[in-house]
Design a protein around this ligand. Structure first.
Ligand SMILES: [Fe+2]
Length: 315
C-alpha cells in the first residue's frame, strides 16, 4: 500500500493507504505529517486500536497528557476520553432551536494557556446516531479573505484570553440563538475552578505558520476577551467583526464520523467546534494531544513567567 493524501473541500486531506498493523516507515511518517501541515486537517479511516491511534499521533510530534487531567485514561494518560453518556455532567444548550449536550463553539485548543498544543488527533469509538459532527475552518484561508486595509489594521495586535467555559457567556462569533438550558453543580464547579486557576494570557492576533509560511488569523472566538490596550468599545467591535468573518460556515468542513475515523488538526492553522448531540444520545471518542512548539503566548500579568506553568494539568 502506498500512502495517498487526497485534497477535500473546502480544505484538508483524506489520507489512505495507511497500514496500522506494522510500524510506519520514516517515509510514511513524513508523508502523513506533510498531509497534515498542508491540509490543516488530515482524515484517516479504520484506525483499529488505542495503540494504532498513539502510533499515528507520533507522526505529528510528541504526545502529551491533555491539560484536563480528569479526562485522561487511568491506564494511559496520553489518551483523553471524550464521552457523551449518562455519566457526563449535565450541560445542555439550545442552539438554533436544537437541544445539545457536548456543544462547543469555535476555538483552538488551549487559547486560555500561554503555551498551546500543536495539534490533536480525535478517534471515534462510538459515533452518535444523530449529529455529533466536528467542524473545522482554516485560519490561513480566513486571513487571505480579509481586505488589505483590515490586514494592515490588525498587524501586531494582541488578544487577551481568559478561560470561559460557560459557552453562553462567550461574546464573539458565537450563535445569537445560543442559550443555556441546564447545567448541574459538577459542571458549574469545574467551570468556576478553571476560571480561577488559569490566569489571563495574551496571544498575537496574526501569526505565521512556520512550515508553510502562511499568515493566519489566529483568533479563538472561545475565551477571547479583548484586544490588548484598545478601548473596550473599539475592541468589542473589532473582535465581533473578525470573529464573524472567521466563523463563516461557507468555508467550514464538518466531519460526520464513522467508527474508527481519526481526524488530526493542526492547532496553529485551524479552529474547530463540536456540534454536540441531543441529550440522551451516546457518543464515545478518544483524543491524543500533540505537544506544542509555540513560543508566542505569555501571561497578561508580567510578573508571571512561562516557567511558572500555572495549572498545566487540572483535576
Ligand atoms: Fe477543542
Amino acid at each position: 500500500m502506498r500512502i495517498e493524501a487526497k485534497p477535500i473541500e473546502p480544505f484538508g486531506r483524506e489520507v489512505s493507504g495507511v497500514d496500522f498493523t506494522r510500524p510506519f516507515t520514516a517515509e510514511e511518517k513524513a508523508a502523513i505529517r506533510a498531509a497534515w501541515v498542508e491540509g490543516g486537517i488530515a482524515i484517516f479511516r479504520d484506525c483499529p486500536s488505542e495503540d494504532a491511534h498513539l502510533a499515528l499521533s507520533r507522526c505529528f510530534g510528541e504526545p502529551e497528557p491533555s491539560a484536563t487531567k480528569k479526562l485522561n485514561l487511568d491506564r494511559n494518560p496520553y489518551i483523553m476520553a471524550l464521552d457523551q453518556d449518562e455519566k457526563t455532567p449535565v450541560n445542555i444548550y439550545e442552539v438554533d432551536g436544537e437541544r445539545r449536550t457536548g456543544w462547543l463553539g469555535w476555538h483552538w485548543d488551549q487559547a486560555f494557556m500561554p503555551e498551546i498544543v500543536r495539534g490533536a488527533a480525535l478517534r471515534m469509538l462510538v459515533p452518535a446516531r444523530v449529529a455529533g459532527e466536528t467542524g473545522f475552518i482554516h485560519a490561513g484561508d480566513a486571513y487571505d479573505r480579509l481586505p488589505q486595509s483590515t490586514k494592515e489594521r490588525i498587524e501586531g495586535l494582541e488578544v487577551v484570553y481568559h478561560f470561559n467555559g460557560a459557552q453562553e457567556q462567550n461574546r464573539f462569533g458565537f450563535p445569537k440563538s445560543l442559550r443555556l438550558v441546564e447545567r448541574d453543580a459538577e459542571q458549574a464547579a469545574s467551570i468556576e475552578k478553571y476560571t480561577r486557576e488559569f490566569p489571563p494570557v495574551v496571544h498575537p492576533l496574526v501569526i505565521t505558520q512556520p512550515e508553510s509560511g502562511r499568515r493566519l488569523l489566529k483568533l479563538s472566538p472561545m475565551h477571547a476577551r479583548s484586544i490588548l490596550g484598545m478601548a473596550q468599545a473599539e475592541s468589542d467591535a473589532l473582535l465581533h467583526m473578525l470573529a464573524e468573518h472567521l466563523v463563516d460556515r461557507r468555508y467550514a468542513y464538518f466531519h460526520s464520523w464513522r467508527e474508527n475515523d481519526v481526524v488530526v488538526w493542526d492547532n496553529w492553522s485551524v479552529i474547530h467546534c463540536a456540534n454536540g448531540v441531543p441529550p440522551g444520545v451516546i457518543r464515545r471518542a478518544q483524543r491524543t494531544t500533540i505537544l506544542g512548539d509555540y513560543k508566542l503566548g505569555r501571561y497578561l500579568d508580567p510578573a508571571k513567567r512561562l516557567s511558572d506553568h500555572a495549572a498545566r494539568l487540572v483535576d
